[in-house]
Design a binder for this molecule. Structure first.
Ligand SMILES: NC(=O)c1ccc[n+]([C@@H]2O[C@H](COP(=O)([O-])OP(=O)(O)OC[C@H]3O[C@@H](n4cnc5c(N)ncnc54)[C@H](OP(=O)(O)O)[C@@H]3O)[C@@H](O)[C@H]2O)c1
Length: 330
């Protein structure tokens, strides 16, 4: 058996291409005292990986050329020289795009599969779920009856935010690309789904949200952010979670033109970085696992087989080809 690894060959210009990655087979690493060997079962494909491939530090340093691509993964401990961790335990963390990972336990989460099957710990019970929970509840502060508008609504974060907002008694409106994704949003409880590829989002918001948007949860940035600003209710909170429409731009990032609407709405723009909530994850996991049990949260996975497909899988996020939480099964 070999250890298949996906490494950063060079920094992408625009969309990451196959040539930006190096896919290598190496020996399965030996572990030292205090370490464990983990066999990864699923690697998470997240939009943030594209940002981590750039030069320099944002909220976390960029991936070094030649290193394994940073990615969340979940797997099973198959060898242990660490007294706190045992063979057979399921664990998760930033284990990387690799079939086997070595860890000394730092930053490693022990996974309780009773709370949800393994892939869910990379989705609603993992980093995206934590982002959705704290982004909406701590930054957005929803009040029952308010209107929440979500861009990129059919992704793991969009669907989770939307379903939590429904649990909190809000009206929920989202944008997604295409009829199939929009129909899916309605099927999981969204009140309105706008197909941004085929509809005028501004007109649709005026029609469906005459009361104005109290919370805009933005995953996309660019045009949609500008249109949302035009439709804010008084006291609105704009939560900037991401801007996937801009991640492949280096020099011409499109910022908001309509920012004066924040003034007239007496609104706020807030950013969220999920890692700031590490010490509160257990609170979110308790609520989210209860909502999963009660079927108030319905997760959806999109699973690709084989780590060698990592470069194509990452591209899918930026082409709207994923439908649900994108994962690679090893
Ligand atoms: N701040 C944090 O701590 C944090 C943590 C995790 C994630 N995030 C951010 O949260 C956002 C959502 O993440 P996710 O994991 O749920 O990913 P996701 O929504 O599944 O991302 C992929 C989707 O984005 C949409 N998209 C791609 N390019 C687009 C474009 N140019 N214009 C409009 N939509 C586009 C596509 O959906 P359509 O088919 O609908 O176009 C695609 O399926 C991302 O921006 C991510 O970076 C932030």
């Amino acid at each position: 058996m070999k250890n298949l690894q996906v490494k950063l060959a060079q920094r992408p210009k625009g969309m990451a291409q196959a040539g930006d990655f190096l896919i290598e087979n190496s020996e399965i690493p030996a572990i030292d005292e205090g370490q464990v060997l983990i066999k990864n079962h699923y690697v998470s494909i997240d939009p943030a990986i594209r940002g981590w491939m750039n030069e320099g530090t944002t909220y976390i340093p960029g991936i070094a050329i030649g290193s394994v691509i940073r990615a969340f993964a979940v797997g099973e401990i198959i060898e242990s020289k660490n007294a706190q961790l045992s063979v057979g335990q399921y664990v998760g963390g930033l284990l990387g795009a690799t079939s086997y990972a070595v860890s000394d336990g730092t930053g490693l989460d022990i996974i309780d599969t009773e709370l949800g099957e393994l892939p869910l710990h990379l989705g609603v019970l993992g980093m995206p779920g934590m982002t959705s929970y704290f982004g909406l509840l701590d930054k957005g502060k929803p009040v029952a009856g308010e209107t929440v508008f979500i861009s990129g609504a059919a992704g793991v974060i969009g669907t989770t935010v939307g379903q939590i907002a429904k649990i909190k008694g809000c009206k929920v409106v989202g944008t997604a690309g295409g009829k199939e994704k929009c129909d899916y949003l309605l099927s999981i409880g969204f009140d309105v789904a706008i197909d941004y590829k085929n509809e005028d989002v501004n007109l649709a918001l005026k029609e469906h949200c005459p009361e104005g948007i109290s919370i805009f949860f933005d995953n996309v940035g660019g045009e949609i952010l500008d249109v949302a600003l035009l439709n804010l209710a008084r006291g609105a909170r704009v939560v900037i979670c991401g801007a996937i429409s801009q991640y492949n731009n280096h020099t011409n990032i499109q910022g908001p033109k309509n920012y004066m609407k924040i003034v007239t709405a007496r609104g706020e723009i807030k950013g969220i970085i999920v890692f700031d909530y590490l010490d509160k994850y257990s609170i979110a996991i308790k609520d989210i696992s209860n909502w999963l049990k009660n079927k108030q949260l319905q997760p959806k996975n999109h699973v690709i087989e084989g780590l060698e497909n990592f470069p194509d899988a990452l591209k899918m996020l930026f082409e709207g080809k994923n439908f649900g939480k994108l994962l690679i099964k090893i």
